[in-house]
Design a protein around this ligand. Sequence first.
Ligand SMILES: Cc1ncc(COP(=O)(O)O)c(C=O)c1O
Length: 437
Amino acid sequence: MKPWEKISVSAAGNMVFGGCDCIELVKEYGTPLYVLDERVVREVCRGFDSALRGAGAQGRVYYASKALSTTALYRIIEQEGLGIDVVSGGELYTAQNASFPGERIVFHGNNKTPDELRMAVEYGVGCIVIDSHEEIGTLADIARDCRKTVRVSLRVKPGIEAHTHEFVLTAIDDCKFGLGLYDGEARLAVKEILTRKELKLIGLHCHIGSQIFEKEPFFIAADRLTDFALSIKKDLDTEIKEISFGGGFGIMYTEKDAEAEPYEFIGEMVEALYKNCDEKGLPHYDFCIEPGRAIVGEAGITLYTVGTVKRVPGVRTYVSVDGGMGDNPRHMLYGSEYTAKLVNKPTAAATETLAIAGRYCESGDILIKEAKLPPCQAGDVLAVFSTGAYNYSMASNYNRVPIPAMVLVNEGKHAQIVKRQSYEQLIENDTMAPWQK
Ligand SMILES: Cc1ncc(COP(=O)(O)O)c(C=O)c1O
């Protein structure tokens, strides 16, 4: 079901999300406000996990927490039995704050610092995904210092670039992540890992793109990664245990996106992997995935208050809200599209095409270029759908605007899980040079 069709209307005539009247939420917590529906997050976690188990696969679903990282969310993911993927000391620290078990954490990144690697080794993360030649020596030295053996996986570039409904195949990826399958770099990295007894190579990893609705690119990845697994088995006498296909499963932002459960083709992906394993005489590897957007994206909405409505005759009407690129930079970064509704008039006919602008000092600060909405006026409350992923996690203090609060809702219950930043917090780290005093 489309996220904007899942809402209901309260007795007061307002939009209800996660069982809560959104106007009541706004009265209590203010705007802009991120709202996350716990029930939806849990349902998607279970959907992915049961698709994987239902396909008879061993392995794990790791929530890619770059999509949204908060202590409360890590608790939910932990309770659902999933793992997480982290990409920084900050995400790892937040996971530690949620007492997330180290063995269910995978650590990614193309330039992890030695301090971050040490933090991960000391916490005992389950796997560190090697992403460069330099990292091999650095990590092995840290592991030796800590007297630990570290399980590592190798991120490879399989020559597939997939986004939405298009994918391209290349032999050489012009990309900062991973090591090439076809230029000898991945093979060299395996050899280097094998020289370090502190490292145990357990798997291969790839991440082929984002907002993907097609299964073919994943099938091609399965073929290419098992080819590589076979070649290192034969030539380097190395047997891996798992293959991870990363994330990238698409969600609905607008009517143009496919209406499908993001975990729908996990079964076919597992089948494709095991068919390749059988044909190539390889064991059935553990099957891992790292969905981020698909787990929290549709579970989130953002509520804004309309401040001004400016008509540019013959051009367009700008409806300006009290948030924008500081809480959601995705339109500015990628031209991403969203769907909106008026919370206080959820059933009114969408007779207008309006530009939803932010409050920041950039003319490109637009949230939605052409939103279909009823006529808007100052004081209306607008909900933007599918903002659970890559909004709060990409938020900034541009123009020194505080980052909004986040509220967790669940069948009528609501509680703040991220407090609204205060002006005091904005200047907390400001100091002055001694000669200014
Ligand atoms: C290695 C890796 N895994 C998982 C993800 C999550 O992707 P998505 O949120 O599109 O599922 C990303 C996104 O950049 C990634 O780089």
